[in-house]
Design a binder for this molecule. Structure first.
Ligand code: ADP
Ligand code: MG
Length: 293
């Protein structure tokens, strides 16, 4: 299946006018097929959040067009419905309502779309289970860790089973362990539910575990790189797993249960993967500067 979920044509956004005008997006053409897991990278201020806001109909373009799930967003009749049903947002800061429990936060977007309170509650429980928080569903945001709050935010984004999840630096405010868990969760949702995910990130390792990386600079797309070979993807995933990172000596762990020969063999393989990743990254970055990390 290669049905297009997102298409933008000459998408532009200018903030302000005259001398103070800022061209946040300057002619962006992007196509995303259903089921893709895509990372958007680029230096601060290059237009990543602006792009995501356009895709989620949170803001309107100055020029050009955006189609999502067959709808031209400029002609949307029910913008609220589109935001609630077709897209789920996960932001850097979770934006949970502090006085509502985890479950109630997940139920909020269902109001008006899932009729009975009981059904909303049951669906929230099911989603919180999917993100590993079923037992904490009565907790207030202040009683949860940063990573757990972000899990609630992911469950909330899934409330109405959207075709598209837009995640703007969702791991940006988390420690690396919690960040990895959120990323693994998103990757899992992409695999099991087929949800299309667009994630903005500064983290090269995050980006490498997606299937496609878009690089932006000054409101333009300057790189579009796909990891298409499944074996290649598995190797990338292995290299970025705990085991892979241990073998490469990046996380201080020791896979002591492997023999020295096994470790050496795997390390040779992963060294090659890493060398190639660096080369690919350099090739992509020639089309635009590297993000500040
Ligand atoms: P990124 O997410 O890549 O860091 P943004 O999309 O937030 O970048 O911003 C792109 C550019 O647009 C920046 O120069 C930023 O200052 C500007 N910008 C973003 N939002 C606004 C706004 N509401 N008003 C004015 N300028 C804005
Ligand atoms: Mg941003």
């Amino acid at each position: 299946m290669s049905e297009q979920l997102i298409r933008t044509a000459n998408l532009a956004k200018t903030y302000g006018s005259g001398e103070n005008a800022i061209r946040a997006l300057d002619g962006v053409n992007l196509s995303v097929v259903r089921g893709e897991f895509l990372a958007v990278m680029g230096p601060s201020g290059c237009g990543k959040s602006t792009l995501l806001n356009m895709l989620g109909a949170l803001d309107q373009p100055s020029a050009g067009e955006v189609w999502v799930a067959g709808e031209n967003l400029a002609r949307l009749k029910q913008v609220d419905r589109f935001r609630a049903k077709t897209v789920g947002f996960v932001f850097q800061l979770h934006n949970l309502l502090p006085t509502l429990s985890a479950s109630e936060n997940v139920e909020v977007p269902m109001e008006g779309y899932v009729d009975s309170r009981l059904q909303r509650r049951q669906r929230a429980a099911q989603l919180l289970e999917e993100v590993g928080l079923r037992s904490r569903r009565q907790a207030l945001p202040s009683q949860l860790s940063g990573g757990q709050r972000q899990r609630v935010a992911v469950a909330r984004a899934l409330a109405n089973d959207p075709a598209l999840i837009l995640a703007d630096e969702p791991t940006g405010s988390l420690d690396s362990q919690s960040g990895e868990e959120i990323l693994a969760l998103l990757a899992d949702l992409n695999r099991t539910r087929g949800t299309t995910i667009v994630i903005v990130t500064h983290d090269r390792r995050v980006a490498q575990s997606t299937q496609r990386i878009i690089r932006m600079h000054d409101g333009h797309i300057v790189g579009d790189h796909r990891l298409t070979d499944p074996m290649e993807e598995d190797l990338h995933a292995l290299a970025h797993s705990r085991l892979g990172q241990a073998l490469l000596g990046h996380n201080g762990l020791s896979p002591g249960y492997l023999s020295a020969d096994e470790q050496a063999m795997l390390r040779r393989l992963l060294d090659r993967v890493e060398t190639r990743e660096r080369a690919e990254e350099e090739a992509t970055s020639k089309q635009g500067p590297l993000p500040r990390t």
